[in-house]
Design a protein around this ligand. Structure first.
Ligand code: PAF
Length: 281
């Protein structure tokens, strides 16, 4: 594995471009990232992982400061996995001047997490554009845990006509169903058990919805349940899978998404489901 820190080093290293897979990350690698890498191995001759804690996607200085950073551990994980290139640039290398994004994000970027984290998705798409333009990957891999991010990147690829195949990869979970996330490392060990109630509540809400067919009521009772369990809820919403808009009565393939704070740690999760098992994709 070679470790590159500058865009010039990347251009030299990729002169003999083969089929490239890119997995953008912010480090603190866990089994969710490893699953992205294992999937990538089926599609590419060269696998590139980027580790860059992208400052412009954080809307709180504290959140950026506390984000878990474990570079030497990450490097040894990537070496063991046989990755070809680790790209680990500095902030200055990525943003020598104030970054400008020449792309109008769809209104989805201001909903759900976008409504609670102003500028977050502009920051994500800005760094993604830089990485796509630098590496020109054939395949990219993103986890479904960040469902809204995945949707926005999918739309960005379409709108900008990148010749990139996007692979959405299933969320990896702890035994108790807590979705793996670097932010879990900010929880106290005993809180990891309680934090699994986010997933469980989303799952129960799907069951309730199938009985009542009332989306608003299902969302409200999920929020109530989570609040009673000690969560500070940003949102629980049921949307359609295709574009994350509010479902109409004809939409059967839905996703329930939740974002909530547990002891000041903001966690997100989602579950795809179908309202009518006979009519689902
Ligand atoms: O999902 C993440 O870790 C980040 O948002 C990403 C896609 C690496 C962009 O910084």
């Amino acid at each position: 594995m070679i470790i590159l820190q500058t865009q010039n080093e990347v251009r030299v290293a990729l002169a003999d471009k083969k089929k490239l897979a890119l997995i953008p990350t912010m480090g603190n690698l866990h089994d969710g990232h490893i699953s992205l890498i294992e999937h990538a191995k089926n599609y590419a001759d060269k696998i590139i992982v980027s580790i860059f804690v992208n400052p412009i996607q954080f809307n709180s200085k504290n959140d950026l400061k506390n984000y878990p950073r474990t570079l030497s551990r990450d490097i040894s994980i990537l070496r063991d996995l046989g990755i070809d290139i680790l790209f680990n640039p500095t902030d200055k290398e990525m943003y020598p001047s104030k970054p400008l994004l020449n792309y109008k994000l769809p209104s989805l970027a201001t909903q759900l997490c976008g409504a609670k984290r102003a500028g977050h998705f502009e920051g994500v798409i800005t760094v993604i554009e830089k990485l796509f333009d630098l590496f020109k990957p054939d395949h990219v891999f993103f986890g479904k845990k960040d469902y809204q991010q995945l949707m926005l990147i999918k739309k960005f690829i379409l709108d900008k006509r990148y010749k990139i195949t996007l692979h959405p990869i299933e969320t990896v979970r702890e035994d108790n169903s807590l979705a793996l996330s670097s932010r879990n490392n900010l929880l106290r060990p005993q809180s990891k058990v309680t934090a699994s109630t986010l997933y469980k509540t989303l799952k129960d809400t799907i069951k309730d919805l199938k009985k009542t067919n009332n989306i608003n009521q299902a969302e409200l009772s999920a929020i109530k349940k989570l609040t009673s369990l000690g969560w500070h809820v940003d949102y629980v919403e049921i949307r359609r899978q295709t574009d994350l808009l509010k479902p109409t009565t004809n939409d059967k393939n839905l996703v329930i998404l939740g974002a909530a704070y547990f002891e000041d740690v903001r966690l997100i999760d989602n579950i795809e489901f179908c309202t009518d098992d006979t009519k689902c994709l």
